[in-house]
Design a protein around this ligand. Structure first.
Ligand code: ACO
Length: 334
């Protein structure tokens, strides 16, 4: 059975904020941000919401897949910045789309969220529980940034990406010759977590607060030990990619494109070097979008899809890593 991505979509807020714009608000510079991260600008929500961005990305993905919302039987949204505790983002998207036949729920695995959601969808589809799914990564991270902390707030942006995934009936029916060259769809996935190292990247939720436990703790914002996150990423990501590629019956050299979570250009360059692969195989949108956590991978996937960089048969690795700590990689043939 082949599970394929049939359509992609993305949306970012209208407001584009450059590094120079930020340098007028805080003690930073384009040179500092660009040289350490590769980020040139980010889009920040003013009137937009996580739900609104997710719905816009989802509509585009459905259009690209030539599918109606009513055909969907599963929606999973990955986010750490849903607009509401209740109802969840997925149900909000379901309602806005009119996807009345879908079951909808959210998943939080931070920057690995889209990967974990895609892998969850794959399990449901492979086991015949559902046939057509929408996977979303959507964030308005700007609302959980401390705008007085220049070491974190300059790194992140807002946006949403989506992919429509379905059981591919054509490849399902045709007899295929054995061998990796003839494989298509999602071939493998590898996931991991290490909660013991969670402190390096965190943002607390509301504290306990009731008539028996009054709490006046201030709102928490994202805090990060950048150097520890950097070391984690450059060690873990090449390993998880190698593992996923091997599981797919391929060699790293066979992969055409590596679509990595867009945290930092230096991390991506280091992964490319460790895998002995040219940077041309690693598309990026950091320059324009910054780090958008769960939305990074699906937005980049949509960018390269719309720019005609993907065609049938392309072998692609999707890889995410982030808070938790969590990490994951998926190998697919388009
Ligand atoms: N502008 C100017 N100066 C700054 C800024 C800024 N925006 N932020 C910090 N500085 C200063 C610091 O105050 C410090 O000054 P000091 O030496 O006088 O004390 C100096 O720059 C160096 O600070 P460091 O934190 O040591 O900077 P570093 O070189 O480690 O770079 C960075 C920070 C870019 C975050 C780096 O650690 C990194 O790439 N980490 C990877 C983590 C990452 O990318 N996280 C993204 C989110 S996590 C995820 O998505 C998985």
């Amino acid at each position: 059975m082949k599970i394929k991505i049939k359509g992609t979509g993305s949306a970012v807020p209208k407001l584009r904020v450059t590094n120079d714009d930020l340098s007028k608000l805080m003690d930073t510079s384009d040179e500092w941000i660009r040289s350490r991260t590769g980020i040139g600008a980010r889009h920040l929500a003013v009137e937009e919401t996580t739900t609104g961005l997710a719905v816009a990305a989802a509509k585009e993905a459905l259009k690209d897949a030539e599918m109606t919302a009513e055909e969907l039987d599963l929606i999973i949204a990955a986010t750490v910045t849903a607009d509401k505790f209740l109802p969840n983002l997925s149900c909000e998207v379901q309602s806005a789309l009119g996807a009345k036949n879908a079951v909808a729920f959210d998943l939080n695995a931070a920057c690995s969220g889209f990967l974990f959601a895609l892998n969850t969808v794959q399990m449901y589809l492979e086991n015949g529980v559902y046939k057509k799914a929408l996977v979303i990564g959507a964030e308005t991270l700007s609302k959980i940034m401390d705008w007085n902390d220049r070491s974190t707030c300059v790194l992140f942006g807002d946006g949403a990406g989506a992919a429509v995934v379905e059981v591919d009936s054509e490849t399902n029916c045709k007899a295929k010759q054995p061998g990796a060259a003839n494989k298509s769809g999602i071939l493998s996935m590898v996931q991991g977590s290490d909660g013991a190292r969670g402190e390096v990247l965190r943002c607390d939720n509301r504290p306990v607060n009731n008539p028996f436990a009054v709490n006046d703790t201030k709102l928490s914002y994202v805090s990060m030990n950048g150097q520890e996150v950097y070391k984690f990423a450059v060690k873990t990501v090449p390993k998880v990619i190698e593992e996923a590629v091997k599981k797919a019956g391929l060699e790293v050299e066979d992969i055409d494109l590596f679509v990595l979570h867009q945290a930092n250009l230096r991390i991506i360059e280091s992964v490319a070097k460790r895998l002995h692969q040219p940077m041309e195989k690693f598309p990026t949108n950091l320059e324009e979008c910054g780090n958008i956590s769960a939305a990074s991978v699906p937005i980049l996937l949509d960018n390269i899809n719309k720019h005609g960089m993907i065609c049938e048969g392309k072998k692609i690795v999707l890889a995410g890593f982030g808070a938790g700590l969590t990490w994951g990689a998926t190998v697919l043939v388009w």
